[in-house]
Write a protein that binds this ligand. Sequence first.
Ligand code: CA
Length: 418
Amino acid sequence: MPLMQSWVESANDPNTPFPLNNLPYGAYVPDGDDLPRCCVAIGDYLFDAHEAELDDVIALGGLPVACLGDWTGLMRREPEIWAAFRSRMIELLHDGAPEREIAKTYLHPLEGAKLVMPVCVSEFTDFYAGKHHATNVGTMFRGPDNALPPNWLHIPIGYNGRASSVVVSGTDIIRPNGQIKAPGADMPSFGPSARLDIELEMGAIIGGTTPLGQPVTVRQADDMIFGYVLLNDWSARDIQAWEYQPLGPFQAKAFATSISPWIVTKAALEPFRTSTPAREKDLLPYLKEPGPMLYDIDLSVTMAPPGKPATTIVRTNYKQMYYSAAQQVAHHASSGCAMTTGDLIGSGTISGPEKSERGSLLELTWGGQEPLTLDTGETRTFIEDGDTLTLHGAAHGDGYRIGFGSCTGTVKPARQFP
Ligand code: CA
C-alpha cells in the first residue's frame, strides 16, 4: 500500500511517524484544562476526537466512543465499529476531503501537547516469548545446555503483572527498593536496586471481553487485539534474582512499566503482517496460527546520561518473537481465564540473534561483565540515576512509516524507606 495523501501537509512527509495510513489513538490534556481528551495523531498535529464527537462530526450512532477521556468506549465496541471510526477519520483527513474546513478546527499542534494514558489498563500480563532473550538469560543463569526451560517451545510462558504501575511515556521512573541477597552473603539486605534494567517489548491491547470459562482460538484472539504500543518492562535484576523462584518475578517488575502514548491499530499495521519463525517443536492444535500474526516493526533503544546526547544501544525487530500476541492471548484464555477491555499483553523482551540486537542491558552487558561504552565515552552496565532510556518503533512501508512515538523514562533516585 502506498502513502495515503492528506490535506494536512506534514502528514505527507515520508519521514513523519503519523501519515494518514497510521492514525494512532492517544489522549491529551489541553492547556488550562484537567480532563483528558481522546485524540488522533496526523502529521505534526493531533485531531481532537473528543470535541469532534461532542459536535456530532464523528457520529457512529449509539454509545460514545471518543469522549470518555480514553479509548475504552471504542475498544469495548465490535471490530466493525473500530473500522467505521477509522474510515470516518480517513474521510475527514484525506486529500480533497469535502469537510476539510470543519475538520481543521479540531487540529492542535502535537509539539508540546501533554499526552496522557490512552487506555485504562485493566490487567497486565507479561510474557517471555522471545527465544533469543530466553536463550541468553537461560545461558547466563543455567548454562547453555539448559538455557531454554523444557516447557518453553510448547507454551508461551507468562506471569500476571500489575496494571497499577503501567505509566505513559515521559513519566519519571523511581528506582525501586527491595530485598537483595549478594552472592556469598548469609542474609539478604534491603535497599535500592543496583541492577536496574530495561526490557524492550511490544504491548498488545485487547478490546472486548470474553466470559469466564470461555477459551478462544488464535484467530478469535487476533480479532480481539485493538492495537499495539511500545512497552518498557523496567526490571530490577538483583531483586529478581533473589525472589523469582519458584513463582516468577514479583517486586522486580512491579514498580513501573512504560508504554508509548499512541495505540497503533491493527488496521494500520496490516501491510506489515509476517509469520512467526519456523517451529522447532510442533505446537498443540490450540496454539497453531491460521495465518501471519506477527508484524515487521523496526525497534531501537537509546540511552542518555543526564544532560548528554543519547546513544543507540539496541536495534532489533518485533518479527524476532517466537510467539505472536494472538497465540499468547489464546493460551491465556485456554484455561477459561476471562479477557477484558484494556487488557495489556506484554510480548516479552525482544532480542535478535546478534549482540547489537539484545533488548535488555542484562543481555547487552552479559550480566554486567561487559560494560557498554556510550558515544559520550561513559560506560554503563546497568542504569544510573538521571539516565533516560527511550524505546523507538516504526514499520517501514513504501514511502511512509507507521510510527509509535517514543516510550521514554528518566530514572530518579530511590525513595528513602519510611
Ligand atoms: Ca518482561
